[in-house]
Design a protein around this ligand. Structure first.
Ligand code: PLP
Length: 457
């Protein structure tokens, strides 16, 4: 029996009766009924009623090569026929994750040559946390186990991911966080930069919050700093250019490991394979997932630096940690094909040299001037639009988040999928967007902003 035998109302009723969704108010969902996405091709998704929607979020920051790639389906099919599964525990391996690991070492920053696989970004961050604490224990410093993160960071939804993250609403439902994780100021210029403060100085001030926390806790107690190069789910918060070099300097000075979370930024989104390369960061661990397979299969890869890996290998004995699906051969086969396509079609260079700059200019020229827009910003193919009541004072509409949600709903009605986080609209297009598609997106966003403005008047 296929879903085509069911009406939308029937599917919604079954969905409401049996399916608990992520990050969802289920009373709201059941009252409204879920939109059923049933098909997707290239940059577009289609719902059960035949509506075509331009996907401004690449699914959930992941479908970098766009939808409907037969080559990925064929890679999965071939691997499933030959070897659908075997684990990499107990001195076994399978060829596909071996070859993927080699490829990943080739495209990553030079000091990252080893990877540990999981099925999600959350799992990868759990692994990273365990690994850095284990590293310091093996180095004879078990008390060096505190991790510094930032407010509004997002590092996943498991208990460790939520604890590492800095989302207040999520912490409110944690009922016992992983201990020894502190959260400091984020580099969010739009709200936190002082009048008259230069971007450069603001970046240094935000980085100093990390140094202050190291000094407060004592460097001998701090294992690592964790951060997204651009805070994605928190609202595409792009740090000033001075921020990451200063973070790097501080981490080196106090011998604090640098854990980079590239779950959103990895695999081309910033115009390089990784934001570490775009921003000149040298991490000790680097978490990736999502676009590793363009979302066609669940897979994460945690990169581990030579420094950390050599201690784990030389001094560690067995690391009591692993997932049934670590190095899943089908997911790894899809990842290999996905990386091949990204390379073959020159997607990263195009975002860096052509469509990324065009996207930035289009946001500035066509969206920034709108009455509801306080600021637009972008980095590669990550974009944000701040929704405000008053451009000059940056006053927001009340209640918080309501105006951006309204813009989002109008956008979807106008054939444009984007996301609202608080009062920030987020864009994370597939890397296949052309200049024409960027024009189309801007037109639809302006229509949504106009419609929301009328409602809010
Ligand atoms: N880290 C970052 C930066 C993310 O944006 C996400 C998800 O959006 C995660 C980790 C968690 O990844 P997953 O949802 O695959 O567990």
């Amino acid at each position: 029996m296929t879903y085509q035998n069911f009406s939308l109302a029937q599917l919604q009723a079954i969905d409401g009766a049996h399916h608990l969704h992520p990050f969802t108010d289920h009373k709201d969902l059941r009252a409204a009924g879920a939109r059923m996405i049933t098909y997707a091709k290239g940059p577009f998704i289609y719902d059960s009623e035949g509506n075509e929607i331009l996907d401004g979020m690449a699914g959930l920051w992941c479908v970098n090569i766009g939808y409907g790639r037969d080559e990925l389906a064929e890679a999965a099919y071939a691997q499933m026929k030959e070897l659908p599964y075997y684990n990499s525990f107990f001195r076994c391996s399978t060829p596909t994750p071996v070859l993927l690991s080699q490829k990943l070492a080739e495209i990553s920053p030079p000091n990252l040559n080893q990877v540990f696989y999981g099925s999600s970004g959350s799992e990868a961050n759990d692994t990273a946390l365990r690994l850095v604490r284990h590293y310091w224990a093996l180095e004879g410093k078990p008390q060096k186990n505190r991790v510094i993160s930032r407010q509004s960071a997002y590092h996943g939804s498991t208990i460790a991911g939520t604890s590492l993250g800095g989302m207040n609403a999520m912490h409110g439902q944690l009922y016992g966080a992983v201990p020894n994780i502190a959260h400091v100021m984020m580099p969010y210029a739009y709200e936190l930069q002082h009048a008259g403060e230069s971007d450069h100085d603001f970046g240094l001030r935000a980085a100093k919050a990390v140094e202050d926390e190291i000094l407060r806790a004592g460097a001998d107690n701090v294992a690592a700093f964790i951060g997204e190069p651009v805070q994605g789910a928190g609202g595409v918060k792009i740090p000033p250019a001075s921020y990451w070099p200063e973070i790097q300097r501080i981490c080196r000075k106090y011998d604090v490991l640098l854990m980079l979370d590239e779950v959103i930024t990895g695999y081309g989104r910033t115009g390089e394979w990784f934001a570490a390369q775009s921003m000149g960061i040298e991490p000790d661990t680097m978490t990736t997932a999502k676009a590793l397979t363009s979302g066609y299969q669940p897979l994460s890869a945690l990169f581990v630096s030579d420094r950390v890996a050599s201690t784990i290998v030389e001094k560690g004995g067995e690391f009591f940690h692993g997932y049934t699906y670590s190095g899943h051969p089908v997911a790894c086969a899809v990842a290999l094909k996905n990386l091949e396509i990204i390379e073959r079609e020159g997607m990263i260079e195009r975002v860096r040299d052509e469509t990324g700059p065009y996207f930035a200019a289009a946001l500035k020229e066509r969206i920034a001037g709108h009455d509801l827009v306080g600021e637009v910003r972008s980095f590669g193919f990550l974009g944000a639009i701040e929704i405000v009541k008053d451009k000059a004072t940056k006053e927001r509409f009340a209640p918080a988040g309501s105006a951006a949600t309204l813009v989002r709903d109008h956008a979807i009605a106008n054939g444009m999928m984007l996301r609202a986080t608080g009062d920030t609209m987020i864009l994370s297009p597939p890397l296949i967007w052309t200049k024409e598609i960027i024009d189309m997106a801007c037109e639809r966003i302006v229509k949504a902003l106009d419609a929301a403005k009328e409602d809010l008047a």
